[in-house]
Design a binder for this molecule. Structure first.
Ligand code: FUL
Ligand code: CA
Length: 481
């Protein structure tokens, strides 16, 4: 009897120590999770795309590959001006069209006769990639390249040999201009064009061999995915996970609607990148100088990209002189100023937070308002509902709420509600689905002293790193372009 009692006591004792120890242990990852490179990439959030090439001089979007390379002559080209502009805009990198569909290479490729070498620019001695990669280094920006597999110039396009040539072209770029943080593969191809089965296995292996840290973007990743449109609008529901088995790029890609939202519990971690142009076209045209997107449009795009768990790749086409046009750079600076003003003061920082459940002090609710994305709150077990209440201390004006999941452990939240205390009762402010790396909720200004988040039926115990509350200023009146 005594022994049994002893054993039970010992058993209970060891059970309770284990459960305390467990409560302080980090939660297990859930489903597909990001690599460290994908995590680093996700934290970049906002960077520049540059479309530049013969199309800039012929006023086309898709060159045929038969244009005279001599048309390419940007007499005042200054890659440092591009990098300076991107840096001042708060962007973290630049990705340039090293080779668009016309096949023209912005560097003197050995494997093409349609390059800067054949152009009039700098008497054929220039190299845009060399100048831009150096400028990016100088300004502390990362450097990325777009290369179109579809090539309307190369005589071997449409034969098996072309895959080898494209792989060698990639090798040139990845060995001469690195480090390269992102390789952008375009899935586009016109109707009735030559057929070519791309060897993406080979292409990806070349990229990884020379830049193992690179994020490979295509319709289906593997590093990051296209999010299904060119308007800057990621899905309101946006999972960073996607099922890609049996799919390919271009015509073989999952439906745009699927790319837009990702797959809940998808097999692979392939987050969305939102590519959109600041002008109606991807390439510069004087005819669009007065059609640069308004500040209001860009703010909205920021909310539907970065604010919906996507990275924003904003295209700023370089003009015929080889410079970013002042209309574009002025707008970029307006956007920077507005975003800085909007997210300068987190009204929830250091404020009291109470959660319905928390997995011990280490993972307590106070981690949600400490301004540190590396500390998080979690429930320490599956819950049907979890409620978090932030006490702002006094009636406070606000119009933005920013939520962040600690995505190193996977994306878990599939549904949440936001309520606010109006002095008498909690009222519903918004009801949404996914959060991911960052979710920005923008709404007309309210006054409230308490904000409540209710997470309902998560796919695994929720893990949130931050909740921010902000009062963005009204948008300034539009200025003439
Ligand atoms: C598309 C291309 O066809 C456009 O010209 C542009 O490069 C855009 C970013 O991707 O698929
Ligand atoms: Ca935190």
């Amino acid at each position: 009897m005594k022994t049994i009692h002893y054993l039970i006591a010992a058993g209970l004792f060891s059970l309770s120590t284990t459960s305390t120890a467990l409560a302080q242990k980090a939660p297990a990852p859930y489903g597909a999770i990001p690599t460290t490179h994908q995590l680093e990439w996700q934290n970049m959030e906002y960077y520049m795309f540059i479309h530049f090439g013969p199309n800039t001089f012929t006023d086309k979007e898709w060159g045929h590959g038969d244009e005279d390379p001599k048309v390419f002559n940007p007499k005042k080209l200054d890659a440092r001006q591009w990098a300076r502009t991107a840096k001042a805009a708060g962007m973290k990198a630049i990705i340039i069209t090293a080779k668009h569909h016309d096949g023209f290479c912005l560097f003197p490729s050995k494997y093409s006769t349609h390059t800067v070498r054949e152009s009039n620019w700098k008497d054929g001695k220039g190299d845009v990639l060399k100048e831009l990669s150096a400028a990016c280094k100088e300004y502390g920006l990362k450097f990325g390249v777009y290369l179109s597999p579809w090539d309307r110039n190369h005589p071997k396009y449409g034969t098996a040999e072309y895959n080898e040539i494209f792989a060698k072209t990639l090798k040139e770029v990845h060995t001469q201009y690195g480090p390269i943080f992102e390789q952008w593969f375009d899935g586009a191809k016109g109707e009735g064009e030559k057929k070519q089965d791309y060897d993406f296995k080979l292409f990806n292996s070349v990229v990884y061999e020379h830049n193992p840290q690179a994020i490979i973007f295509s319709d289906i990743g593997p590093g990051a995915r296209w999010m299904g449109n060119e308007n800057g609008v990621a899905g309101e529901t946006n999972w960073s996970t996607l099922n890609t088995d049996g799919f390919g790029v271009g015509a073989d890609a999952p439906k745009a609607t699927v790319l837009n939202t990702g797959n809940e519990d998808g097999k692979y971690w392939i987050p969305a990148e939102v590519d959109v142009s600041i002008r109606p076209g991807w390439f510069y045209s004087a005819s669009t100088d007065d059609k640069v997107k308004t500040l209001e449009q860009l703010v909205s795009i920021y909310h539907t990209s970065v604010g919906r768990n996507g990275n924003l790749l904003l295209n700023v086409p370089v003009d015929r002189d080889g410079l970013i046009h002042p209309n574009d750079s002025t707008r970029l600076m307006e956007l920077r100023r507005y975003l800085d003003a909007s997210f300068k003061t987190n009204l929830a920082k250091g404020k009291k937070v109470i959660a319905s459940t928390e997995a011990g002090k280490k993972y307590g609710a106070q981690n949600l308002t400490d301004g540190n994305a590396n500390t998080y709150w979690t429930t320490g077990g599956m819950v049907k509902n979890a409620t978090i209440t932030i006490d702002l201390g006094k009636p406070t004006q606000l119009n933005r709420i920013v939520l962040q999941e600690y995505i190193s452990l996977g994306q878990r939240i599939s549904s949440f509600m936001v309520m606010y205390w109006d002095g008498k009762a909690y009222k519903l402010l918004d009801q949404q689905t996914t959060i991911g790396h960052k979710r920005i909720l923008a709404f007309p200004t309210i006054t409230s002293s308490k904000i409540r988040i209710i997470i309902t039926e998560p796919n695994a115990d929720p893990v949130l790193s931050e909740i921010g509350v902000y009062l963005a200023p009204p948008l300034p009146k539009p200025t003439a372009p």
